[in-house]
Design a protein around this ligand. Sequence first.
Ligand code: COA
Length: 278
Amino acid sequence: MALKRKARTKPTSSTETKPKRSLLNLKSRSKPASPTIPSSSDLVKSLNTLPFSTFAERYLPPTDPLLAPQIPSAEISITLHTSHDLSKENLRACFNLIETTSSADYKASSIGWNPREKQKEMLDKDMRYLLLRRDSSSETSTPNVSTPTSSASPPPSSLNTSTILGFLSFMLTYDDPPYADRPVLYIYEVHLSEVLRGKGVGSHLVQVAETVARRIGIEKCMLTVFNRNEGARRLYARLGYHRDGCSPPDREVRGRRIESDYVILGKMVGGSGGEGFR
Ligand SMILES: CC(C)(COP(=O)(O)OP(=O)(O)OC[C@H]1O[C@@H](n2cnc3c(N)ncnc32)[C@H](O)[C@@H]1OP(=O)(O)O)[C@@H](O)C(=O)NCCC(=O)NCCS
């Protein structure tokens, strides 16, 4: 899950980036040495306004082996999209997955579950999607992954939607203070149909997003997870994510410690040595 983030444009005045709190467990923020990565303020903007086909060709071309992961008993492939090139049906399938897997967590939190807000966020023009589909060649041969029974499972006649088994959405944006001028890849959602869980697919999707960040030259990935989602928290810890300095602190009320609903996690992915931005 991700909270609505406003920090999509780089702060213009230095006062906006004044350190207020420090990041925890993160390596120091050295500027990328690669001359291909502009030190200018517009990296995120440039990437977000790059024609999508160019973005895909540069950072995750359709032929990339990462998009056809070799995961036992899960014949799947991954495609990269923007919110605007996803069909309504696919967006609906993604939304249904979020609703199925996480609306209870939203409802139990102070944030609450707001379908309209979630759909609006999903349609943000800068949102990118890694869509997970059953590999079409496996549909007639060895259907190791059965069709999910959730509402994300669409009519079998539609190849477009019948194969959506999960997705990861991400946005290129900026970190929070005190590093508000640092470009980050923010993972908004990762959701899989139940039949696919526990097979390494979620880990793979996160690693694909990290690879995109690294290739661009973005040094850090971030995400938000509900505290009560212990499984996902375990997974992110295993993948090297740590509580970020901008994560909300627990509160102390009448001597009782009240845990925040969610935690913001970050990971340095070593993007400074990436292929860079042209
Ligand atoms: C969280 C999720 C994306 C992880 O993907 P995954 O493919 O199941 O995870 P992997 O197989 O790569 O790794 C397994 C780890 O995922 C975690 N996990 C979380 N939910 C899980 C589930 N329902 N089934 C299996 N593993 C789960 C566990 O930590 C597990 O590690 P463990 O076996 O050491 O406990 C996926 O389980 C899912 O879609 N869950 C529901 C939606 C959700 O909670 N999304 C996260 C929002 S921040």
